[in-house]
Design a protein around this ligand. Structure first.
Ligand code: 0RA
Length: 642
């Protein structure tokens, strides 16, 4: 770490005095909230102070201890030690003023060369906020040959500054226990703290950070002379991402705004950028990330242009240039403005042009002086562009043929039809494996495909599409249909001419049909509007009278047949089907599958608003209600002979 000259600092530099009452009244204003994030913010505040002391060249080791109770922390550094001399006007030790006064310390006198130019922290508040929100805080200072100690409760001194005896070296040790009357839960998460400390050790190269977790009894030392470059190497190894060039691009800028970055183009297909502002992770990016992307884009485009490397037949998109880039970006800002729900996006507008302007010329220079590396990177980018265009072309021309050739991951249980033409093709969605088996055997395999669904279908009402698609049966259905779902559902892409729901003629079967219709109505409504969804009408009874065989869809149908066809003393023979699986494949063909003899209902929505209301009301209630609903719908639907 390089030492930075600072003005000398003692108790007389401290001018602004304000009590800590506002902090206890409205903790959220100072630490963002009193939940887990706010609780951990206390640790960051204290730790960041020590980091600042190290960044200013006065400390090189920080130790953080999580004590056995899980709720108390000690942060210790080997810096100069917080001053303990008496303030000439207030006649109090500087330590007390720093810890008991809001906005005390050099942190806020920006422009006057204050000590805390680029400290982290959500609102730039310091140790006094932690003190205010602590049930107990003990500061132990080594300075001027002695050890000093002072104790506080809820931000108020409860002891005088004590001189403990002579001591070597210097440093600050802060022990604190969050106030349970402020924080509903005072237990710290060891992993959260560990991660933050490790990142800090990468961002501040050479800084030794000791993590002492008394809960698990583990002690770790983080120290990286290579800084974020070591971080990048670790990420590459973890992600198993193979760089396409040996040395990462590295940029370190200390004049003006402090900024560091390193990145590599890898064989990975994702883009991964870990960014930090003053050591605080910015998971949602922000202006500094945007600047980096813009700068890289311009540098690469410029290099390609000046060296006449523009490929023929493809256009290079920004996403091609960024594909596989893995890197770390660390910037330091005097007054970081964070945005977003979790305050993890940097919003300082000047950062964009700053980072852009820093990276562009240096990256271009780097490419020009590493021509083989540059060539490899440009090739990688062109390959990305070709792959992207090829996959777009492929998805645009998806037909059943390419799909069955295995290029589209069709569900294994789908028995597809052999014809490629969509005109007469049909997909039967069948409940259960055994029914699926009969249907597979009984169907016309040139035009009829079978997708068996296992067990009960998920009730999708009120669930997000993302959640719904986690369900295997639904996901398989969506894949088999090939037309997308949600707002993207496009009937023109449907892989079949008709989609036919085929379930048992009993209430269980109706229930399944209802669940499927709920999903389709909510997420593939376009298919219903396009008239592509049908319900099959398998028979419930077989009625044999003499030499004739009749099929009845329900009891009323059966009665009608008996009345019409029973003559003399020929005794009718009635068979009730327990399920589709019981039906001989040939029978299933004749009664339900054969377009010449079957009956189909086309599903139509006569009143969308009403349908919406009914589905909303019924789904999640008892099955009989759903059953009635689907029967009513079925009758409303046009009967259709195909
Ligand atoms: C005020 C003035 C000086 C140092 C510090 C505060 C200081 C604060 C913290 C917080 C954690 N570790 C710290 N180390 C130092 C400068 C004192 C001088 O000029 O000697």
């Amino acid at each position: 770490m390089s030492a930075v000259a600072t003005k000398s600092y003692n108790a007389s530099s401290i001018t602004v005095l304000e009590g800590l009452d506002p902090v206890r009244k409205r903790p959220g204003m100072y630490i963002g909230g009193t939940g887990s994030a706010g609780l951990h913010h206390l640790v960051w505040e204290i730790f960041d102070n020590s980091v600042d002391e190290a960044m200013n060249g006065h400390a090189d080791c920080i130790e953080v201890t999580l004590h056995k109770d899980g709720s108390s922390i000690t942060v210790s550094d080997n810096g100069r030690g917080i001053p303990v001399d008496l303030h000439p006007k207030h006649k109090k030790p500087a330590l007390e003023i720093i810890l008991c006064t809001l906005h005390a310390g050099g942190k806020f006198d920006n422009g006057q060369g204050g000590n805390y130019k680029t400290s982290g922290g959500l609102h730039g508040v310091g140790a006094s906020v932690v003190n205010a929100l602590a049930k107990k805080l003990v500061a132990t200072i080594r300075r001027d040959g002695y050890e000093w100690e002072m104790e506080f409760r809820q931000g108020k001194a409860v002891s005088k500054l004590k001189k403990n005896g002579s001591a070597r070296g210097s440093g600050t040790t802060i022990f604190f226990h969050p106030d349970p009357t402020i924080f509903p839960k005072t237990e710290f998460n060891p992993d959260t703290i560990r991660e933050r400390l490790e990142v800090a050790s990468y961002i501040h190269k050479g800084l030794k950070v000791v993590w002492n977790d008394e809960l698990s009894g583990k002690k770790e030392v983080f120290k990286h002379e290579e800084g974020i470059l070591a971080f990048l190497k670790k990420i590459l190894a973890e992600k198993n991402a193979k760089p396409v060039h040996e040395q990462p691009f590295v940029l370190e800028k200390v004049n003006g705004v402090r900024l560091e970055m390193c990145f590599s183009w890898t064989e990975a297909t994702e883009e991964l950028l870990k960014s930090y502002v003053n050591g605080i992770p910015t998971s949602s990016g922000g202006t500094h990330e945007n600047g980096l992307r813009a700068g890289v884009l311009k540098a690469i485009r410029n290099y390609i242009e000046t060296h006449n490397l523009t490929p023929r037949g493809v256009t290079l998109a920004a996403e091609d240039i960024r594909e596989g880039v893995i890197g770390v970006l660390s910037v330091f800002a005097e007054d970081p403005q964070f945005q977003g729900q979790t305050k993890d996006r940097l919003n300082n507008p000047e950062m964009q042009s700053m980072v852009d302007g820093a990276v562009r010329p240096v990256l271009e220079q780097w490419l020009n002086s590493n021509r083989t590396v540059a060539e490899t990177i440009v090739n990688r980018i062109i390959i990305a562009a070709r792959a992207r265009e090829a996959s777009r072309a492929a998805s645009a021309s998806i037909s059943r043929k390419t799909a069955t050739a295995g290029r589209l991951n069709l569900p294994g249980k789908l028995a597809d039809c052999s014809s490629n033409g969509r005109d007469q093709s049909e997909l039967f969605i069948v409940e259960g494996d055994s029914a699926g088996g009969s249907a597979k055997q009984g169907r016309d395999r040139t035009t009829q495909a079978i997708l068996p669904l296992r067990g009960k279908v998920l009730n999708t009402e009120g669930q997000s599409l993302a959640k719904i698609l986690e369900n295997r049966e639904i996901a398989d259905l969506v894949t088999a249909l090939g037309c997308g779902c949600g707002p993207d559902c496009d009937p023109a892409k449907l892989r079949y001419h008709r989609v036919i729901l085929l379930a048992d003629a009993d209430s269980d079967g109706h229930h399944i049909t209802t669940l499927l219709m709920t999903f389709i109505f909510r997420n593939m409504r376009q298919l219903i509007d396009a008239g592509r969804i049908f319900i099959a009408m398998p028979p419930l009874y077989r009625v044999d009278i003499g030499k004739e065989t009749y099929w009845a869809a329900d009891d009323a149908d059966k009665e009608r047949i008996l009345k019409q066809h029973t003559r003399g003393n020929a005794k009718p023979e009635i068979t009730r089907f327990k399920g589709l699986g019981e039906m001989m494949p040939k029978v299933l063909w004749e009664t339900t599958l054969n377009p010449k003899t079957r009956r189909l209902l086309r599903v139509e929505i006569s009143d969308a608003l009403e349908t919406d209301r009914v589905i909303n009301e019924l789904m999640g209630k008892d099955a009989s209600a759903r059953f009635r609903f689907i029967m009513e719908r079925a009758e409303e639907a046009d009967e259709l002979d195909v």
